[in-house]
Design a binder for this molecule. Sequence first.
Ligand SMILES: Nc1ncnc2c1ncn2[C@@H]1O[C@H](COP(=O)(O)OP(=O)(O)OP(=O)(O)O)[C@@H](O)[C@H]1O
Ligand SMILES: [Mg+2]
Length: 256
Amino acid sequence: MGVHQPVAGGAVTIRDLSKSFTLNRASLPVLQGLNLGIRPGESLAVVGPSGCGKTTLLRILAGLERPDRGEVLIDGRPVHGVGTERAIIFQEPRLLPWLTVLGNVAFGLEARGIPRAKAQLQARHYIRLVGLTEFEDAYPTQLSGGMAQRVGIARALTVQPEILLLDEPLGALDAMTRITMQDELARIWREQQVTMILVTHDLEEAIFLADRVLVMPREKGTVPRLIDIDLPRPRDRSESRFVAMRRRLMAEFGLH
Ligand SMILES: Nc1ncnc2c1ncn2[C@@H]1O[C@H](COP(=O)(O)OP(=O)(O)OP(=O)(O)O)[C@@H](O)[C@H]1O
Ligand SMILES: [Mg+2]
């Protein structure tokens, strides 16, 4: 029934991407000539100070926002608007309150014309993957924040995207739930072989999950830096190389 089919695509090419907004009649440059290639199945974290353009970049990749200049290619094809090979997960899960967990996760498939029984079968697979089988008949108000966020992740995965775009998906969670969810995301990423682009404020989260970290600069016009996280997986947050990597990333922001 095709829920386990391996994902072949998911390469992202960002070419000379620029975007400005108008603020008080002045032009505010947010992205300036960004170039980046992301391999199929790669995990890229995007970090940087508030307002540096992380969400803007993710919205352009999702096709929700148009760049002023440059382009995004998915497997060589230019992005024009949203597409079924990409799924975005926002900071708040944005569930439909009148649908159960199962209804919410199956919703995207049903909206694409897949018959309910088949949509629910596929949805149940991903509900199991995020560990919520016992809660498939619960409504969003009956869930904790971490559970709701897991429903959001299951909903995004159910449509089998090649590329998963995550904007601070764990930002609203307490520290302990957050660590559990990072473990979950690492496992899901490995099992589903999706390309993952994760915006986060949390440097440890970036090191834990990413193959490379894109460090967006505070100063406009400064070139973003890419840092390889060449640590073996599964990663250990207390291991000396992990700690050294965190120190290095903090130094990128002038923190010690
Ligand atoms: N629709 C918009 N209209 C005008 N300005 C905008 C718009 N969207 C974003 N901006 C501006 O673009 C800049 C980058 O915003 P963006 O949301 O991408 O930042 P961010 O890196 O995601 O920040 P945060 O970490 O706080 O979420 C900000 O200065 C913001 O004010
Ligand atoms: Mg943001």
